[in-house]
Design a protein around this ligand. Structure first.
Ligand SMILES: *Cc1c(COP(=O)(O)O)cnc(C)c1O
Length: 236
């Protein structure tokens, strides 16, 4: 039997990159305005390296210790690291300076801690604010109205740079049903951008995962976080 296309990690990376490009072109967006974050939680260093060889330039991890130990093993690949998981305040110190972007700032207290630690380290940390777009009680993140209310206090943090918003919408039966959530995140970013606060940029929208990243790109995603469509289903 001939193996199906997209069997290897390399083929899946190529396929995902192609679908991102096609989705962007469908809505008249420049394909270069969308970046793939390959989500590598639970994925071995060897398999991550395979993805990098196939065209992955950013990887996303959601656990601090797991990410830091993989970083050491992959320094030579020059792949860039994004943090996408819930970040505890006591772990902020160990992530500062190691991640190009933290997608998951879900409270003012966390933003303040990152600002404080970044100042102590002498850097400026790029972050996204995580929005609980579906208003789910089980999920973290800013509710849209809270975000609008709190964001001006973040403009005073001189050592973080807010680059945009991130969301994990509620589970939907199909990709199309996620569209209104993605659209809502984009509208929220437009609303925040209109207030023109210093150090608050709304250039990035991190939205879309394996099941719905094409719809997210059609709705304006600039970063899509794709795991299982590249590395296969996870046990954990
Ligand atoms: C695991 C994870 C993803 C990727 O999910 P897939 O469905 O495997 O693509 C994206 N974003 C976050 C925050 C994650 O934790």
């Amino acid at each position: 039997m001939t193996p199906p296309v997209e069997e290897t990690i390399a083929e899946r990376v190529q396929s995902v990159l192609w679908k991102i490009r096609s989705a962007a072109e469908r809505v008249g967006r420049c394909p270069e305005s969308v970046r793939l974050v390959a989500v590598t939680k639970t994925v071995s260093v060897d398999r991550i390296r395979e993805g990098v060889r196939a065209g992955v330039s950013i990887v996303g991890e959601n656990r601090v210790q797991e990410a830091l130990s993989k970083m050491g093993a992959l320094v030579q690949t020059q792949v860039r690291w994004h943090f996408i998981g819930h970040l505890q305040r006591r772990k902020v110190r160990s992530v500062i300076g190691s991640f190009e972007l933290i997608h998951s700032v879900d409270s003012l207290a966390l933003a303040s801690e990152i600002n404080h630690r970044a100042e102590a380290t002498g850097i400026r940390q790029d972050v996204l604010l995580e929005v609980n777009i579906g208003g789910e009680s089980t999920k973290g993140g800013f509710c849209p109205e809270d975000l609008v209310r709190t964001i001006s206090s973040m403009a005073t943090f001189s050592h973080i740079r807010v680059k945009g918003l991130m969301t994990i919408p509620p589970p939907t039966p199909d990709a199309e049903s996620a569209r209104p959530h993605f659209r809502e995140l984009r509208r929220l970013a437009e609303r925040v951008a209109a207030s023109r606060l210093p150090s608050i940029m709304m250039d990035e929208l991190s939205m879309g995962m394996s099941n719905d990243y094409e719809v997210a790109v059609e709705e304006g995603a600039t970063l899509v976080r794709v795991g299982s469509a590249i590395y296969g289903a996870r046990d954990a």
